[in-house]
Design a protein. Sequence first.
Length: 322
Amino acid sequence: MAPHRVVALAVPPQSPFELASVAQVFGVEHPGGPGHYSFEVCAETPGNVEVMAGCPLFVEHGLDRMDMADTVIVTGWPDHGARPSEALVARLQAAHGRGARVVGLCSGAFALAAAGLLDGRDATTHWRMADELAERYPSVTVRPDELYVDHGDVATSAGTGAAVDLALALVRRDVGAAHAAEIARHMVLPPHRDGGQRQYSRLAPRPESAAEETLASVIAWAEANLHRPIGVPDLAAHAAVSPRTLARLFERGFGVAPGRWLLRRRIETARTLLERTDATVDAVAGACGFSDTSNFRRRFAAETGTTPGRYRRVFSTPGWRG
């Protein structure tokens, strides 16, 4: 099967981090599988492209590269008020119209909104720009707390580091959770960050070291016991704190409730087992702490949008040896 073609648009002055983030995820061959993606960079005016920091970037390809892309990524739009050129708008709309996925990283959401690709949709951007995006494009429902919003055909991410979160989410959808986890491990990153950017945008005192140690201990214990039907009361008992205090620790550390964190970790584990083992669905459910397989199926479908059986048929890795 031909690799999925990813083309990133560089826009001067280009943020080096957003471009490097998607280049690292989609453009580097990672352990754990063959090259699922090809990656190229284009610019409206090929040649030297100004970068916000460091040396200039030389881009060989023009906008015509978008015509062959399966995914087009706008890696930023520094001048939020500037409308993209007619040529760029036409290319973005044409790519979307023929079924390519169009992605806006951070301020790149402004370009997608200007092209009409976010009309009537939810979207996100850097928390500092969220109000401006909502004001300039009232037809867009801005979700300022989200790290990313993925509609399948159109996706947007929050600021800077959230570019990696969205890129890994796209890999999970394209290739499966196990390969996304391999990439994250190679990049020394978590495969999925819990919570939203609200936890980073608000002004909050730094948690005391004792609280940090308590949270780290709870996480380590939960990770080692995901196969057991543990719940929030068990997490609180292990931490020797009340469930309310535990909720505050998770909200401060991850921006998410402990029950929600636990469910996501169980589902991520289940996805990997479905991809890389021949275990039955009942066995996978038990290995992830679900004593009721029917409940597992419901929870899995709610999180992934499909059944465990269909997920395995799409993402299983023949011949995998872990």
